[in-house]
Design a protein around this ligand. Sequence first.
Ligand code: FAD
Ligand code: NAD
Length: 482
Amino acid sequence: MNVIKTRVAIIGAGTAGLAAWRAARAHRQEVVLIEGGAYGTTCARVGCMPSKLLIAAADCAHQLERAPTFGIHPGQVQIRGREVMARVRGERDRFVGLVNASVESIPVELRLRGRARLVDAHSLMVDDHTRIEADALVIATGSRPSFPADWRRLGDRLVVSDEVFEWQQLPGSVAVFGPGVIGLELGQALHRLGVKTWMFGMGGQVGPLTDPEVMGYAAGCLRKAFFLDADARIGRMERQGQGVEIDFLDAEGVNQRIRVDYVLAATGRRPNVDGLGLERLGMALDDRGVPLADPYTLQTSLPHIFVAGDASNQLPLLHEANDQGRIAGDNAGRFPEVRAGLRHSRLSVVFTDPQLAMVGADYRELERRYGGCDCFAIGRASFEDQGRSRVMLRHQGLLRVYGEQGSGLFLGAEMMAPEAEHLAHLLAWAHQSRMTVAQMLAMPFYHPVVEEGLRTALRDLHARLHLGPALGDRCMECGVGD
Ligand SMILES: Cc1cc2nc3c(=O)[nH]c(=O)nc-3n(C[C@H](O)[C@H](O)[C@H](O)COP(=O)(O)OP(=O)(O)OC[C@H]3O[C@@H](n4cnc5c(N)ncnc54)[C@H](O)[C@@H]3O)c2cc1C
Ligand SMILES: NC(=O)c1ccc[n+]([C@@H]2O[C@H](COP(=O)([O-])OP(=O)(O)OC[C@H]3O[C@@H](n4cnc5c(N)ncnc54)[C@H](O)[C@@H]3O)[C@@H](O)[C@H]2O)c1
């Protein structure tokens, strides 16, 4: 058996693992990176990039569908599933190729292939071929889809997001279970590409939203386009030939039966930390077996072991995996000295149309933090009458912004809005800069732009924070953009 002694060992060559490797190498030469699956990262292979490619095709189909409202009639539209999926895979492979090229730049003797598990607090086995003894470790093993085990009885008619991108052809119909981030993005895209789509949730949750007004608005919007029951009552779900039969009670309490080609399980993801042998190390774990870690240092209760990315279950997003990997790798490399790293203001975007976004503290957190007192105020703006949004025929959306009474600090926001990805960035920059609502309102706003809707929400918040006289929310001095 091969035995390697090293300063740092990193488990997982995804986004977090690669960032950790680079950061640790700034301190030490001996940093090994272990990968048990395919190189290329979840983001590029089966995550952010292929999902956005599918959504881009769906957006294109949707533009054509609404073109007649502008007086433009593109004629008979054909959606050729094979071509749609071929572009998704072709571009996806290009992105994976770019990641693979960066992996190739890591010296081959520092790259190990195989599944790692911890034997003791300083030793790893990689498959059965290599034992690694390391001074410091980074666990960057990512996450995988999770769904009720008995759904496996549906055989190859049950798919998870990974498999969707391997489809050669678009199916005729699909039932999406889980209107969370993945379910909404893929479900809406499939619907727009002509796939008959039903979406079933549990407990009423839609996307990652926590503000009941925004969530209710978003659910209503999405429901206008396809079947969505966020609190579904499913009776029976059985494989029937090359499809699945599902019995459920609809909103009126009437029994319905549908038959679909596929069931897409988008019911959440779980960190890949089971099977690493962590429970034998005496490490502090949460009730799902995930290591507890300081969010600023990523250090676990065993001081030389750090955790980063989806494996940490802190915020399973790409930029977070990158930030956490950098901090964990830096600390593993400089161990035993450990430093707090920069954590950005929370920013998350769901690429539905209209998009959903959350910035800073969410509504649920603020209710918990300020519960019962009137210590935070809410400003709102609808995009249904907003100038630029109407021009573009994209006038759907609701934005709620939160601010602190007394200080006037901007605390956070939740929204469904056109161009939410851009609004959310502006708000996240303001949040991280600890701006007050008054300072944000003193910034320039062009005309006519979607950001004028943001100004309306901030003006409303400003008035509710009692920081000055109410500013007219449809001020014609600013044009008709608000
Ligand atoms: C469909 C989908 C769409 C998404 N879209 C977005 C988006 O638009 N924006 C966004 O911010 N985020 C998005 N995400 C989330 C984002 O992709 C993840 O947060 C991010 O990729 C996590 O990176 P990671 O490094 O933690 O994990 P990964 O990239 O999964 O890396 C973990 C690696 O560890 C390896 N590994 C696991 N166990 C072992 C072991 N025992 N030994 C050796 N190696 C091991 C795995 O093979 C894997 O290569 C999406 C996710 C999905 C699934
Ligand atoms: N745009 C993005 O940034 C993006 C895109 C995709 C994924 N992601 C990341 O991936 C993570 C995982 O996404 P996800 O969508 O798998 O998880 P999720 O937690 O966002 O959603 C899972 C949904 O499934 C529902 N659910 C659970 N069990 C169910 C059941 N038996 N039947 C019906 N519904 C059920 C839950 O109530 C929830 O609404 C996200 O938290 C996000 O961080 C991000």
